[in-house]
Ligand binder design. Structure first.
Ligand SMILES: Cc1ncc(C[n+]2csc(CCOP(=O)(O)OP(=O)(O)O)c2C)c(N)n1
Ligand code: SF4
Ligand SMILES: [Mg+2]
Length: 276
């Protein structure tokens, strides 16, 4: 019969025996600085930061990694992730990252950008960096809205979606349809790995982490641009509770922005024309 621990050990002894490195099943990454996150409770940005840092830690590349932060809610990303960082003007992160990577080709360089930053003001920088096949990773957080500035319509805002500048819902006749920039860059010769992920459930968090790892491996092998989109929530901008926002994301965002790999090893694995 199994012995009761307390028969052999005092409470202190048993804790000492249990709390050992070999018994560790999880510890937070040491590459998050511990600074209090500036994000709303329920926001996806913090989880994506953590996953990027977990991958950097597991690959042992902290000293070689340089991030470029955006303008948007993640503007202070450099305070949270413990790697070298620089800030770019709104939308210019891929151009800044290009300069850094060309100067230091052995560094791991990534941008971290929202949909307003990457797919509106920074459209040109995004498309041309992808087309040139810069050896960087772009991490793109698509929450369908300009979160930081009060929830205005972004290029990614869904048809009929209410935002502060589309109080009656996005009208595609006036404003055009939502822009699937990820499907667009997947068609460019310079992109080697393109994927769309989410981080709202344990299973999707695991998949998202694999995609981040793959992106850094692509950079390590100098194969070309690795571009990972995260469909995420903005519960504040969407005027929902975190749970409602995640459900809304599943019901409305995922059908339009389907999750999964789009381009692997330089080859399209999805019919992106059909998905546009
Ligand atoms: C040149 C310039 N234009 C406009 C702004 C105002 N601005 C700040 S953040 C932002 C939108 C950010 O939205 P997004 O990139 O989607 O990030 P989120 O906050 O949703 O994560 C805008 C328009 C600015 N700071 N600089
Ligand atoms: S406004 Fe939206 S994107 Fe910004 S921190 Fe809050 S939930 Fe996140
Ligand atoms: Mg946004």
């Amino acid at each position: 019969m199994k012995k009761n621990l307390s028969e052999d050990f005092s409470m202190e002894d048993s804790l000492e025996q249990i709390i050992q490195e070999k018994n560790l099943v999880y510890r937070p990454t040491r590459l998050m600085t511990g600074a209090t996150l500036s994000y709303c409770p329920g926001c996806g940005h913090g989880t994506i930061h953590r996953l990027i840092m977990e991958v950097v830690e597991e690959m042992g590349i902290q000293a070689e990694t340089i991030g470029v932060s955006p303008v948007g809610c993640a503007v202070l990303a450099y305070d949270f992730m413990d790697v070298d960082f620089t800030e770019a003007a709104h939308g210019r992160a891929p151009a800044v990252a290009t300069g850094i990577k060309r100067l230091w080709p052995d560094k791991y360089v990534f941008t971290y950008q929202g949909d307003g930053d990457l797919a509106a003001i920074g459209t040109a920088e995004t498309i041309h960096a992808c087309n040139r096949g810069e050896q960087i990773c772009i991490f793109f957080v698509n929450n369908g809205i300009y979160g930081m500035t009060g929830g205005q319509m972004a290029p990614t805002t869904l048809e009929g979606m209410v935002s502060s500048t589309t109080p009656y819902g996005r009208n595609v006749e006036q404003m055009g349809p939502p822009l699937k920039i990820t499907e667009l860059v997947a068609q460019l010769a310079g992109t080697y790995y393109v994927s769309r992920q989410s981080i709202h459930k344990a299973a999707t968090v695991r998949k998202a982490k694999k995609a981040i790892r793959k992106a850094f491996e692509v950079q390590k092998e100098k194969k070309g641009m690795a571009f990972v989109e995260f469909v995420s929530n903005c519960n504040s901008g969407w005027k929902m509770t975190p749970n409602e926002a995640n459900q809304w994301m599943e019901d409305h965002m995922f059908p339009f922005y389907p999750l999964g790999d789009i381009k692997v090893d330089g080859k399209l694995v999805k019919n992106v024309i059909q998905d546009l």
